[in-house]
Design a protein around this ligand. Structure first.
Ligand SMILES: Cc1cc2nc3c(=O)[nH]c(=O)nc-3n(C[C@H](O)[C@H](O)[C@H](O)COP(=O)(O)OP(=O)(O)OC[C@H]3O[C@@H](n4cnc5c(N)ncnc54)[C@H](O)[C@@H]3O)c2cc1C
Length: 155
């Protein structure tokens, strides 16, 4: 089914204050797929983990409100700063006026990312997986989501 949604230049779906597509109030678009404009500067929110986490939580709350026959509430983004790894032992952390970089920011990046993972088993699994990737210089885990077709010559 085609919803005829409006996309931005990056192919993200333009959403309204409630994270819905206009005229489709049962459809929510969140995270990297959503183009949500901030009221104060007119700029869209960046494709970052805190944005996706907060939007996911808000969309879930609005779905529960709908089930309970309550009106949707608008999404308000709480700026919790930005973090990015930029090397094997380096990261950058920005929060309002504060900027930290280097190994301290890298350690903070590790701890915070693991903290926000759901479920104790996931935390342990991701931590061990990262250790393995780090010490063996291998790339991180990749998910295979479908059956890979192979030709006769590859079998
Ligand atoms: C290399 C890299 C480094 C990054 N570093 C940082 C960082 O340091 N800090 C930061 O804040 N952000 C970082 N980001 C951005 C951050 O990862 C994303 O903003 C965030 O993961 C977006 O969450 P999401 O839920 O929208 O999408 P995703 O996390 O991409 O989740 C989408 C999920 O949907 C699944 N999916 C896709 N298609 C289908 C389908 N058809 N059916 C079922 N499932 C499907 C995918 O497998 C995936 O699990 C980084 C991103 C990349 C790629």
């Amino acid at each position: 089914m085609q919803l005829g949604t409006q996309l931005d230049q990056l192919g993200r779906v333009i959403v309204n204050d409630f994270l819905n597509i206009d005229n489709h109030e049962d459809v929510f678009v969140i995270g990297d797929l959503a183009h949500f404009k901030l009221k104060n500067n007119g700029l869209p929110l960046p494709g970052l983990a805190p944005v996706a986490l907060q939007q996911g939580e808000h969309a879930a709350k609005n779905i529960l409100r709908k089930i309970n026959n309550l009106p949707y509430t608008p999404f308000i983004y709480l700026d919790k700063g930005m973090m990015a790894t930029i090397g094997r032992k380096k990261a950058i952390l920005q929060y309002k006026g504060l900027q930290v970089s280097g190994i301290l920011a890298w350690l903070a990046w590790l701890v915070i990312h693991i903290f926000f993972l759901i479920d104790f088993k996931n935390k342990i699994f991701v931590f061990l997986n990262w250790c393995w990737s780090y010490f063996t210089f291998q790339k991180g885990a990749r998910l295979i989501v479908g059956k890979i077709e192979t030709t006769d010559s590859q079998k």
